[in-house]
Design a protein around this ligand. Structure first.
Ligand code: AHM
Ligand code: MG
Length: 333
């Protein structure tokens, strides 16, 4: 298995294809398509600051093309790329009301994977030049190959994920993913458009000193969460911890995985299940977290063990260094 730092993502995907059981190359092709879409979206995200020059959403640009909001554009790019390559049988996106069944001909029906995607998470950060991300999650379909996908193909517990990952469009662009054999991070060299393995075997430190939560909602949090926040702030042992909240899940997660920390989006008296979506945000991040020796729960139950009931379902989310998530859970008992 290639793990040297000058390995490209393309090489890495080819090299690892044989390690999947019964591999037909389908998953490798799918990850390749995501890699391609990531580069296209990266290019668009990096132009965001030129919006006054290139035209804002709703305008028509100099080539006569309509300018779109970046989250809509990212959604289209990912869906198009996956559809054109005929490598998935279904797609569900945070940006779409319903799932998309890819059923233009019989050959395509034989694909066995469905993809769930949040094309541009934290997109309100774009206007202020703060990093955003794409999150993806891949499952093997449950219904028989050769038939149109149904809702049950998408409503699988996160434990069933075959692969998951994110792209963070930050000071550099990185693609971080897992196929259930650890987590690896690849950094884009924008000059030549190639992702290089920069962060092999990423792992959350067992504990950390960062807590990430929107404290503006403090008064609305359950008592257990309030008590845990007070614990984080207490002058004792290695505390107080540092508060860091970007408001961009991918970036907050990425930093916490490297430095050690906990991310929280609890339920509140304003939002009974919090804000984050189980299928597009929590499950893929939870799979990555567990693969990186971290932990993710809704405060009581492992996220990956939850049985989804609807496509756009929300759940409270606590994710990060294992000891920190366990401590937060203690407070919520
Ligand atoms: P979005 O899917 O509408 O972009 O919302 C998800 C984002 C996360 O990236 C981030 O962690 C969270 O919303 C921030 O929410 P808030 O502003 O309520 O703290
Ligand atoms: Mg989102």
């Amino acid at each position: 298995m290639l793990k040297s730092k000058n390995t490209t993502l393309g090489e890495y995907i080819i090299e690892n294809q044989s390690s999947f059981q019964y591999s037909s190359g389908e998953l490798s092709k799918l990850i390749n398509a995501i890699r391609l879409a990531a580069k296209v979206v990266n290019h668009e995200v990096n132009k965001a600051g030129l919006i006054d020059i290139l035209g804002a959403a709703g305008d028509t640009n100099i080539q006569g093309e309509d300018q779109q909001k970046l989250d809509v554009l990212a959604n289209e790019k990912f869906i198009q790329t996956l559809k054109n390559r005929e490598i998935v049988c279904g797609i569900a996106s945070e940006e779409e009301d319903d799932f998309i069944s890819i059923n233009s001909n019989d050959e395509q029906h034989r694909n066995k994977y469905v993809v769930l995607i949040d094309p541009l998470d934290g997109s309100s950060n774009i206007d202020v030049n703060v990093s955003v991300g794409t999150i993806f999650s891949i499952y093997r379909r449950i219904t028989p190959e050769g038939t149109p996908v149904t809702l049950e193909d998408f409503l699988q517990p996160g434990r069933n994920q075959v692969a998951a990952g994110y792209i963070v469009y930050g000071t550099s662009t990185m693609l971080v993913y897992t196929t259930g054999d650890g987590v690896n991070g690849f950094t884009l060299n924008p000059a030549i458009g190639t992702f290089y393995l920069s962060h092999p075997n990423m792992e959350f430190p067992e504990t950390g000193k960062i807590y990430s939560v929107n404290e503006g909602n403090y008064n609305h949090f359950p008592q257990g969460v309030k008590d845990y926040i007070k614990y984080c702030q207490k002058e004792e042992d290695d505390r107080p911890y540092t508060s860091r909240y970007i408001g961009s899940l991918v970036s907050d997660f990425h930093r916490n995985m490297i430095k050690g920390g906990i991310y929280m989006y609890p339920k509140s008296s304003k939002a009974s299940n919090g804000k984050l979506r189980l299928l597009y945000e929590c499950n893929p991040m939870a799979f990555l977290a567990e693969q990186a020796n971290g932990k993710a729960s809704d405060g009581h139950t492992a996220i990956l063990d939850l049985q989804p009931t609807e496509l756009h379902q929300r759940v409270p989310f606590f994710c990060g260094s294992i000891k920190m998530v366990e401590k937060a859970e203690e407070f919520m008992k």
